[in-house]
Design a protein around this ligand. Structure first.
Ligand code: FA5
Length: 349
């Protein structure tokens, strides 16, 4: 404390000390580098207490006293400068640490049970179907989504102008269809059956394969149709394969996938690539029949197109829509809901 009777130069000394303390306190309590920079320009500015006190130096007549006071101001200024530098260093360091913590991208931190994503309902069904068929002794094959007319139609016993072609509302990719040979027409596959051809051309016999994948048709979306949907194809080629094997496989699959209280039935139908052909339906005991897909014995013309002798080998094929099956299985009213990407819907499955 300064005595009230202290000489005037002592009063200045007190003011210097006060200014120094206030400045050091302000520096110590500044929260971030930016506010410290503002404070620093205030402390160095013309209106700062120390600058004001400097202007009083000239009025101290005693040389020694003026020198002492000048020295005190310099000491205070230096102390403040040093505190500014140290605090700025500390705050900048802390600022970086905060920034790094804020901007940290830790992909594992989202892996808490309530935020886990999961496979889409159709992907789940596809994987479960694959598992069931693998359990029944099948292999899984895939084929291209962009196909030629040969694989999608011709090799499947649908030559040019075959009326069944119009049943598949095909999306062609050729810009100038007049310039190419019919069998070279490029299209988005309308079903997974072309993968049968690719498998028969390249795999060794016997063949037990399932082929899931995305297919495309110019169908207007409605409650049961999408222009892009999914099918799974099944193909067995071996010696002495009969229609009984087909019916037995469909029944075994139905029980393995849907449950032992489910059963299947076949109804006569027509597909150019199978003969005889059937639709197959499934139902829970006493429930309603639900149509699942088509099937039949592989047509001899299809075997011949793949250089397999129909007198030695026979086989069956089946194919059904995965989206429609998942829709029925989970009681989804409208197939389009599965593709709106509404998380409230998707999280239910
Ligand atoms: C076929 O596509 C045949 N390739 C199936 C086949 C394979 C028969 C092997 C015999 C031997 P189809 O056009 O009926 O058949 O289609 C099969 C299934 O695809 C239908 O039962 C249905 O479940 C599904 N499907 C057809 N169009 C759509 C669509 N626009 N949206 C959703 N699912 C569809």
């Amino acid at each position: 404390m300064v005595h009230p009777d202290s000489p005037p130069d002592n009063t200045i000394a007190v003011e210097i000390e006060l200014a120094r303390r206030r400045a050091l306190e302000a520096i110590a309590s500044s929260a971030d580098a930016e506010s410290l920079r503002t404070l620093s320009s205030e402390l160095r500015g013309k209106r700062s207490s120390l600058t004001q006190l400097k202007t009083k130096l000239g009025s101290i007549s005693d040389t020694d006293a003026r020198k002492t006071t000048g020295q005190q101001i310099n000491d205070a200024t230096q102390a403040i400068e040093q505190a500014l530098t140290e605090r700025l260093g500390l705050l900048t360091k802390q600022g970086f640490a905060t920034q790094i913590a804020d901007e940290r991208v830790d992909l594992t931190e989202f892996a808490t049970a309530d935020r886990w994503g999961h496979a889409h309902i159709v992907t789940q069904s596809t994987e479960q179907l694959e598992d069931v068929f693998i359990g029944l002794g099948f292999n899984v094959a895939e084929g291209p989504e962009v196909e030629t007319d040969f694989y999608n139609f011709e090799a499947l016993n649908m030559p040019k102008s075959h009326p069944a072609r119009s049943g598949f509302d095909t999306i062609f990719l050729n810009s100038s269809i007049d310039s190419v040979v019919e069998s070279d027409l490029v299209l988005l596959r309308t079903h997974t059956s072309p993968v049968q051809i690719r498998v028969m051309q390249t795999w060794d016999l016997p063949i037990y394969a399932v082929m899931p994948g995305r297919v495309f048709r110019r169908d207007t979306p409605d409650a049961t149709h999408m222009p892009v949907f999914h099918q799974i194809e099944g193909l067995v080629i071996d010696r002495n394969i009969s229609f009984g094997h087909l019916a037995g496989t469909i029944e075994a699959f139905t029980k393995a996938y849907f449950g032992s209280d489910f059963t299947s039935r076949l109804r006569p139908s027509y597909f150019p690539f199978t003969e005889p052909s059937a639709e197959f339906d499934i139902r829970r005991a006493n429930g309603n029949w639900m149509e699942l897909g088509g099937c039949g014995m592989v047509h001899p013309n299809v075997l011949r197109a793949c250089r397999i002798d129909p007198d030695v080998y026979t086989g069956f094929a089946f194919g059904f829509g995965i989206d429609r099956m998942a829709k029925e299985q989970h009681g989804v009213e409208d197939i389009r809901e599965m593709y709106t990407n509404d998380l409230r819907f998707l999280r239910q499955f």
